[in-house]
Ligand binder design. Structure first.
Ligand code: CO8
Length: 257
């Protein structure tokens, strides 16, 4: 598929998907989301790729779902076509997906970033759920994922008022893992990609699964799940290699088996 609204390229073991609809500040229209889903699925299935970076421009990660595309839709249309369901592909990717966010991450843009495994924020990043200004509410997980990330008080204020958070506030609140200078955002994300590519694939996939389980289960169930995965990793060659390499004071060479 030839992409028109995203740029997809690989940097060694890391795929970089750049939302590329500059005239609309990367507003997330149907076509863009279809292209994004296709690229994500392709890289998830590609053995040469270890992780995926999702990014936008310096001005906007994404300024939300495409308001102009949505404005004339009526209930049976949005209900029956359930166009938001297409977005969920992001949450089904098994490899790590890092959101590298500069500029605006608003509405569906903030929700898309929150569907990724973690968010690296540029100093100029701005996060918000301004849907209330449009007479609607977040529709792609904003009320749920933002609340889990930053707690009820801040999530409620942002969702009810549409106020934006800058990168420093987002970091204090726990929405982003860290802040980096805007001009080195991609470089920093690629460093994370290099690190991920040096690690065991099964351990990485299980680590992601286990952290995500924290949002879906009780503490006791989550801990039981983690323990089974931990124990299961002792069936892998990578566990033998990782621990032997430590004992022998040499770098591990994982074979992903
Ligand atoms: N949709 C469509 N077009 C947009 C969007 C958008 N979300 N955001 C910006 N644009 C367009 C503008 O219309 C403008 O186009 P044009 O030049 O043709 O007039 C162009 O991008 C540049 O935007 P501005 O001139 O407004 O740029 P500014 O720098 O002055 O302002 C802002 C930047 C503050 C980001 C401003 O553009 C803005 O407020 N944008 C809308 C933000 C918003 O409300 N986002 C929430 C959208 S609703 C949503 O995301 C619901 C998600 C629910 C799930 C959906 C599943 C499909």
């Amino acid at each position: 598929m030839a992409y028109e609204m995203i740029l997809a390229e690989t940097h060694g073991p890391t795929a970089v998907i750049r939302l590329n609809r500059p005239k609309a500040l990367n507003a997330l229209c149907d076509q863009l989301m279809a292209e994004l889903g296709e690229a994500l699925r392709g890289y998830d299935a590609d053995d040469a790729i270890f992780s995926i970076i999702l990014t936008g421009s310096e001005k906007a990660f994404a300024a939300g779902a495409d308001i102009k595309e949505m404005k004339d839709r009526v209930f049976p249309d949005v209900y029956l076509n359930d166009f938001i369901a297409k977005w969920e592909v992001v949450t089904t990717i098994r490899k790590p997906v890092i959101a590298a966010v500069a500029g605006f991450a608003l509405g569906g843009g903030c929700e898309l970033a929150m569907m990724c495994d973690f968010i690296l924020a540029a100093e100029n990043a701005k996060f918000g759920q301004p849907e209330i200004n449009l007479g609607v509410i977040p529709g792609a997980g904003g009320t749920q994922r933002l609340t889990r990330a930053v707690g009820k008080a801040k999530a409620m204020e942002l969702v009810l008022t549409g106020r934006f958070m800058d990168a420093a506030e987002a970091e204090r609140a726990g929405l982003v893992s860290r802040i980096v200078p805007t001009e080195t955002l991609l470089e920093e994300a690629l460093k994370v990609g290099e690190k991920l590519a040096s690690l065991s694939r099964p351990a990485t996939a299980m680590a992601k699964e286990a952290v995500n389980r924290a949002f879906e289960s009780t503490l006791a169930e989550g801990i039981r799940f983690e323990r089974r995965l931990f124990q299961g990793l002792f069936a892998t060659a990578d566990q033998k290699e990782g621990m032997s390499a430590f004992a022998e004071k040499r770098p591990a060479q994982f074979t992903h088996g």
